[in-house]
Design a protein around this ligand. Structure first.
Ligand code: NAP
Length: 249
């Protein structure tokens, strides 16, 4: 499947799921601009391929986002936006401070509003424009200790469903991928968090995470990337406003 002549922006494209998506898009022939706050980490990835550009951005800051997308457009018109950047947070509701609540909503939900706002007109010019959100199963279901994260990801799904209705008149689609636990730093931090709070061993902490998944295994970032590539194909033109669930159930 060829994505030659496409320019994709991947937020959080230098780590975890985002990095796997970046690599898969490059392998499919696209130019990829990776965005994130850590300039050194972005440059380390971009320096390895002339098809990857790096631009620093804080997706919670409207000026930073608008400037970053203007800069990215100079490389080539943007045809694909992958809203991957995100922040995990787990705590009982009564221990979820207003500050943490605001941070999670800012990155996971307002950040997506800002990136889409910055690039939608441009993506709509593409023959097969694509917006793909890396949401979560937490965007579809509730679970204890995830109220802020879950609310932010439910917001992403709501935004997607409504925007998809507006986009049905143009050549752009918006979809979301909703994975369970993926083998990245986010899960590593969750394991350490469980160990610290409960005093469990690493093995037991990991097992408590795996017990919530259908197949008792972590998803690899490359599996999520494969779904992204399939959604970018011209053959996926009629898939719009959909949540693709990856939970092994
Ligand atoms: N891992 C899982 O189990 C899992 C499951 C379901 C969904 N997800 C979702 O998948 C996405 C990627 O997560 P991951 O597991 O790959 O974790 P990760 O490696 O920690 O990736 C998070 C990325 O987001 C970027 N980011 C965070 N805040 C940002 C900000 N304010 N502005 C710009 N970039 C920002 C980070 O880059 P900088 O630090 O350079 O800013 C980083 O590259 C997230 O949306 C997450 O919610 C993950």
């Amino acid at each position: 499947m060829s994505l030659v002549n496409n320019h994709a922006v991947v937020t959080g494209g230098a780590t975890g799921i985002g990095l796997a998506i970046t690599r898969a898009l490059v392998d499919a022939g696209a130019i990829v601009t990776i965005m994130g706050r850590d300039k050194k980490r972005l440059d380390n990835i971009a320096n390895k391929s002339n098809k990857i550009k790096a631009i620093q951005v804080d997706i919670t800051d409207v000026d930073s986002v608008n400037k970053a997308f203007v800069k990215a457009s100079l490389t080539a018109p943007i045809t694909i936006l992958i809203n991957n950047a995100g922040k995990a947070f787990s705590a009982p509701f009564h221990k979820t401070s207003f500050d943490e609540w605001e941070k999670i909503i800012a990155v996971n939900l307002t950040g997506i509003y800002l990136t889409i706002s910055a690039v939608l007109t441009e993506v709509n010019q593409a023959k097969h424009g694509r917006i793909i959100n890396i949401a979560s199963i937490s965007g579809l279901d509730g679970a204890a200790y995830t109220s802020a994260y879950s609310a932010s990801k439910h917001g992403v799904i709501g935004l997607m469903k409504s925007l998809a209705c507006e986009l049905s008149k143009v050549n752009t689609t918006i979809n979301s991928i909703c994975p369970a636990f993926v083998n990245t730093d986010i899960v590593e931090k969750a394991i350490i968090n469980i160990m610290n709070i409960t005093g469990r061993s690493r093995e037991t902490a990991l097992q408590s995470i795996l017990d919530t998944t259908g197949q008792s295994k972590l998803i690899e970032p490359e599996e999520v990337a494969l779904k992204v590539i399939k959604l970018c194909a011209p053959e996926a033109d009629t898939i719009n406003g959909t949540s693709i669930v990856m939970d092994g159930k």
